[in-house]
Design a protein around this ligand. Structure first.
Ligand SMILES: NC(=O)c1ccc[n+]([C@@H]2O[C@H](COP(=O)([O-])OP(=O)(O)OC[C@H]3O[C@@H](n4cnc5c(N)ncnc54)[C@H](OP(=O)(O)O)[C@@H]3O)[C@@H](O)[C@H]2O)c1
Length: 316
């Protein structure tokens, strides 16, 4: 299949491209700079110069392909508008792909997020509609839901559309700016690995290479209008993550009391998400697509040591 991939230089995309090529697909990646073009070529992809803001260019690229995987996102909007603005910028892009692919039956696979199951009282499943991310009570973080729903809605227009909801923690040997590096940097800065309250709230995780294989499977054979969960660890107590980081750094894992979470203290801008619980199932994904995560789980990957260059680890 000739696949158009956006975000190919990013954490997920840089694993998706080799996964596709190894499976025999021909990949064209979107590059907005010479650096990105060089990186995409090194991964074995053809290069299409362009930018997410050029909707006509995206439409052309989609129409020229047999399928689209979209994992780029406008992270430049984060400082001014937060994650809602980043998500909102996705909507016109998805609608542009829709125009290009309507009636073709071609696949469009877009990245999504596992929301907070909140009061569901059970793990989130693929059958759940898009769930809010972050502080639900502010009611501001809904744009992502609209985008996911729009992608799924393209199925009715003859697009084999699906959303791969990526676990809250995506980890790998090439993870430079994800949640784990942030937690590790915080622990080093503060002198302890913090966890919220009693640390029993659950976080989900996936190895990015396993996530890449799920994007490929969704592209190749996912039925139209499906949500998939790129989740290997369905619920790890936050405290265990803090303990794993602390033990590697030779630092204690320490509770940050709930009433201190919102202070400009330990977690900073993460305060409104770290204390939530995100238990998540991926049973439907595994059963329907035959997806079998094969890479290290989160705690095993932390134990592998690559997140901790030797200078970080205290001499014994
Ligand atoms: N745990 C997780 O990581 C997680 C969880 C849920 C959802 N997601 C979602 O998964 C997707 C992929 O995340 P990621 O961590 O792989 O992303 P990332 O590492 O931040 O990479 C972002 C990509 O978007 C590209 N990009 C940004 N602005 C662009 C523009 N204006 N034009 C063209 N390309 C542009 C970047 O290209 P340049 O090289 O040019 O900068 C880069 O390839 C995102 O939508 C993210 O929200 C991730």
């Amino acid at each position: 299949m000739r696949v158009f991939v956006t975000g190919g230089t990013g954490h997920s995309g840089s694993h998706i491209i080799p996964e596709l090529i190894a499976a025999g697909h021909e990949v064209t990646g979107l590059a907005r700079s010479d650096t990105a073009a060089t990186e995409l070529s090194a991964l074995g992809a053809k290069v299409r110069r362009g930018d997410l803001q050029d909707l006509d260019g995206l439409k052309e690229a989609a129409a020229d392909s047999d399928g689209v995987i979209h994992v780029a996102h406008r992270q430049d909007l984060l400082p001014s508008g937060g994650i809602d603005a980043v998500a909102a910028a996705e909507l016109p892009i998805m609608l542009a792909y829709g125009e290009a692919l309507a009636g073709t039956g071609k696949p469009l696979v877009a990245a999504g997020s596992i929301g907070s199951p909140g009061q569901l009282g059970r793990p989130a499943t693929e059958d759940d509609p898009a769930l809010p991310v972050g502080d639900e009570h502010k009611g501001t973080l809904r744009a992502r839901n609209v985008v996911e729903t729009a992608v799924i809605g393209l199925a009715e227009r003859g697009v084999r559309s699906s959303v791969v909801r990526i676990a809250n923690i995506a980890h790998s040997t090439t993870d430079r700016a994800g949640f784990l590096p942030t937690l590790i940097a915080l622990a080093k800065e503060k002198g302890f690995a913090g966890y919220p309250g009693d640390g029993t709230n659950l976080w989900n995780a996936v190895h990015v290479r396993d996530g890449a294989s799920l994007f490929r499977l969704a592209l190749e054979k996912g039925p139209a209008g499906s949500y998939w969960h790129a989740v290997e660890d369905g619920g790890i107590p936050f405290r265990e993550i803090a303990e794993a980081i602390g033990s590697r750094l030779g630092l204690p894992a320490v509770s940050v009391p709930p009433d201190e979470l919102m202070l400009p203290g330990y977690f900073g801008f993460l305060a409104n998400v770290v204390n939530q619980s995100y238990p998540t199932s991926s049973l439907v994904t595994r059963k329907t697509l035959g997806w079998e995560p094969a890479q290290p789980s989160l705690l095993a990957d932390l134990d592998n040591g690559h997140y901790f260059p030797s200078a970080d680890v205290p001499a014994i």
